[in-house]
Design a protein around this ligand. Structure first.
Ligand SMILES: [Zn+2]
Ligand SMILES: [Zn+2]
Length: 444
């Protein structure tokens, strides 16, 4: 073969290989064009609704009235809010509080009277002390909720413990109180409370769910405790309360690490479905913002749904049609059997890093306990290999795609902004968003 013929042949070979490569590796932009793509994006039928699912008021250990808290969120572009006082539903019409009992009580009372100056506030004097009647959930709904604009949801923080270990779960859209049911282990305590919600849902027919709160609060709940609870589909990867140790410590895994361990074990070993990660406020303190207390506005969920009804939101979240945020907004999240695409709703002057994290089949499944200085076992999430929760890909920018290579159990995306959180849970935190995990080819 002469030289020009050889060149022509190699040129056609290169072309052939190139077209093969194009066929085998479709461009990343194509994910949304695929028939089986699940696209989370606002369009004619659906929109993003922003909400907080973890809120305390004067009905338990929060320091403001339900209606004041509701208005705080309503004024700040939230679409929904779930009240979750400790082991309490705001249903009694005979609940009076002494305004001098809390250091912020007088301040809260003055602000309430100023904001609702139309005879709404009911007060009385008992033994020389001013008391205010706490409004019920129903009363607050009729006063400040706005159909299709601002929704209030009835909930509860089922506040349980196993020994000295706190086990808290927030129930969203419940009809009846769930008293803490206890159990013979942390896992059984979670399981019993979760099952009570499932039973209530079956009995009443009302869509509702329960999520495990702040696993690292008092380091009460480990990945091993939570991973096997069959009815539990949600946990807080981010809780705004500064005392909940989202990042863990040298002996305790971060909530991100706990999430990856749970996802890996569920998908690879237990034949279970994924668990979704929530961001919530867990607000208690409403009178000095910002401060280093548990103030509102730190973490929320963005739910893509066709309307602002509690049942619709619950069902959308159960399908994974949401992301969690501590400041970063996403324009789109597209998942398909081929991979995961994320697009950030860009804020001026800010740049973003998008990390895709997951675990591959064939990971090292061994784990060992955490030991203290004396060699004794610590009640903590066990130590697993670095195969679990690996960063597969990092992109600096506002758009990123991850295409499965074939052996992934799951992948999820975390977007981190260069903007510092204005009122963080932990000092120095940057604003983030968490896309929900997508099951990979190795777990289907
Ligand atoms: Zn709690
Ligand atoms: Zn709480």
């Amino acid at each position: 073969m002469n030289r020009p013929a050889r060149t022509a042949l190699s040129a056609s070979l290169v072309l052939l290989l190139l077209s093969l490569a194009v066929i085998l590796m479709p461009p990343v932009e194509d994910l949304s064009q695929q028939a089986d793509a699940h696209i989370l994006k606002a369009d004619d039928g659906k929109q993003w609704y922003r909400g907080n699912l973890h809120t305390h008021s004067l009905w338990s250990d929060g320091d403001d009235y339900l209606e004041m808290i509701g208005v705080w969120y309503r004024d700040r572009d939230y679409d929904f809010l779930c009240f979750t006082d400790h082991n309490t539903l705001a249903t009694s019409r005979d609940r009076w509080i002494d305004i001098s009992k809390k250091p912020t009580g007088k301040d809260a009372y003055e602000k309430l009277k100023k904001r609702f100056s139309d005879g709404w506030v009911e007060e009385r004097t008992t033994d020389g002390k001013t008391e205010v009647r706490l409004k019920t959930y129903e009363e607050v709904v009729s006063k400040i909720a706005i159909p299709d604009e601002f929704l209030l949801i009835q909930g509860e923080e089922v506040t349980d413990r196993f020994g000295r270990l706190p086990v808290h779960l927030c129930a969203t859209n419940i009809k009846e109180l769930i008293p803490p049911l206890h159990g013979e282990s942390v896992a059984a305590t979670i399981d019993n409370n979760v099952n009570a919600l499932i039973a209530q849902r079956e009995r009443t027919g009302q869509p509702m769910f329960i999520h495990l709160n702040h696993p690292n609060f008092g380091y009460g709940v480990t990945a091993e405790d939570l991973m096997r609870v069959r009815g539990e589909k949600f946990f807080e990867v981010y809780n705004g309360h500064p005392g909940v140790n989202n990042s863990g410590d040298p002996q305790h895994a971060s909530t991100e690490r706990i999430w990856d361990i749970i996802l890996t074990k569920r998908l690879a070993e237990f034949g279970m479905s994924v668990m979704y990660g929530l961001a919530t406020d867990d607000g208690h303190n409403y009178h000095e913002i910002p401060s280093r207390k548990s103030e509102p506005g730190r973490g929320w969920v963005m739910v893509l749904a066709e309307n602002l009804k509690a049942g619709t939101l619950v069902e959308a979240m159960e399908r994974g049609d949401f992301y969690s945020s501590s400041g970063v907004n996403l324009a789109k999240v597209i998942s398909s059997p081929k991979g995961l695409d994320v697009e950030v709703l860009e804020e001026k002057g800010v740049t973003y890093r998008i990390d895709f994290v997951g675990t591959r089949a064939g990971y090292d499944p061994e784990s060992k306990p955490v030991l203290d200085a004396k060699g004794e076992e610590v009640n903590a999430t066990r130590l697993y290999s670095a195969d679990i929760g690996r960063t597969f890909k990092t992109v600096n920018g506002t758009k990123a795609s991850y295409q499965f290579s074939g052996d992934e159990l799951y992948v999820r995306a975390i977007v981190t902004s260069t903007k510092k959180h204005p009122n963080p849970s932990e000092v120095g935190e940057f604003e983030r968003a968490w896309a929900q995990p997508v099951v990979g080819p190795a777990a289907r």
